[in-house]
Write a protein of this length. Sequence first.
Length: 465
Amino acid sequence: MVADQWYDINGVWTGSATILPDDNLVMLYTGSTNESVQVQNLAYPADPSDPLLRKWVKYEGNPVLIPPPGIAKKDFRDPTTAWTTPEGMWRITIGSKVNKTGISLVYDTIDFKNFELLEGVLHGVPGTGMWECVDFYPVSKIAENGLDTSENGPAVKHVLKSSLDDDRNDYYALGTYDATTGKWVPDNPIIDVGIGLRYDYGNFYASKTFYDQEKKRRVLWAWITESDSEAADICKGWASLQPIPRTIKFDKKTGSNIITWPVAEVENLRLDSKEFDKVEVKPGTVVPLEVGSATQLDIMAEFEVDPKVLERIDGSNSTYDCRSGGGSAERGALGPFGLMVLTDSGLSEQTPIYFYIAKDATGNFNTHFCNDLTRSSEATDVRKLIYGSTVPVLQGEKLTIRTLVDHSIVESFAQGGRAAITSRVYPTKAIYEDAKLYLFNNATDISVTATVKIWQMNFANIQST
């Protein structure tokens, strides 16, 4: 949709589609007016039979919603997909803030043209600032499949997610939704929206999900910004991209988080594969994996550490943090160890994805999942951060990583998708045939056994006819 009306002349921003019972489709989206007021607008597909929905008709009565009393004109955006209420109405939530408290306003409607603002908010968290791209949806506690946005009941948890304008990260929390009051309560306030769990601990923002009714799954899309300079973007002629879409499920093993995982369709791009079984990676060593060009790969890796050795070693750096630590070059008793992707043969450019096991004085373990970009490129106009978080590892589980590598983007998933990290990298040497893949172990006190399967990946055949 083009910014061509007074109610969206300064921007056609995030919106969400809702499929009605008669299979018709409506879209609510945020427009920035000629006075920079954020309003909500309604649009319909010009041709509902077009599978790509390329043309839209804007409702002649737009805007259908303006900021309510007490909400600033620039703090009212990004309506969600609607869901049904027990009274048979449609309900949406919209991101906003009051002072520094991020909130999600709730509206009911019958026709998407007239709306009633509910008293209070769906939820709010002090100190989190403006909530953008709010998303709200159910996940099943018992089934593997995804759920339609209107599903509710005792076997359902609800995910509330917000993109925080203050720090440009996507946070979520699990909780319980009361359809009668229109309120949502987090399971654990300590990890509430904006202060706890994230979809992805790297470069990942402004995400939205939809329910795929054909394959019974919930699919997550996001926006990945550049990490190089604006001048470089102008030179390229483009900026930003989308990651591989991901499915979302409730983690029935932990009961405290969701799992994100690349959609199954990406496996259709797999070509030749190579396997490396039980490779021993000793402390302080780097092991090359000969796979040819390593610029388009799907990597599945398992790492084993002798549990008897873990128990024997004393406490090690229990305050470790991926982002403030010394990266993959820091040597601790139990880490770091993992993969080095987009690495040249001289190791001058490297992008390590790794685990670091921390053990406190009482013998408790915390496993960290990290991605170090500090040596990812010799280019000087690139932000080179270290990303990461802790990831739950249950008794008897091996440490696992799946990494998708595609020239300048690396998407990594630990423990089956309990934690994810997306990175933009801009190698100058580790490109095309000169890009290599390695295992590494910078731990001082443990050897690691790695089993790795690697697929070369084909180009996607994207048709937009």
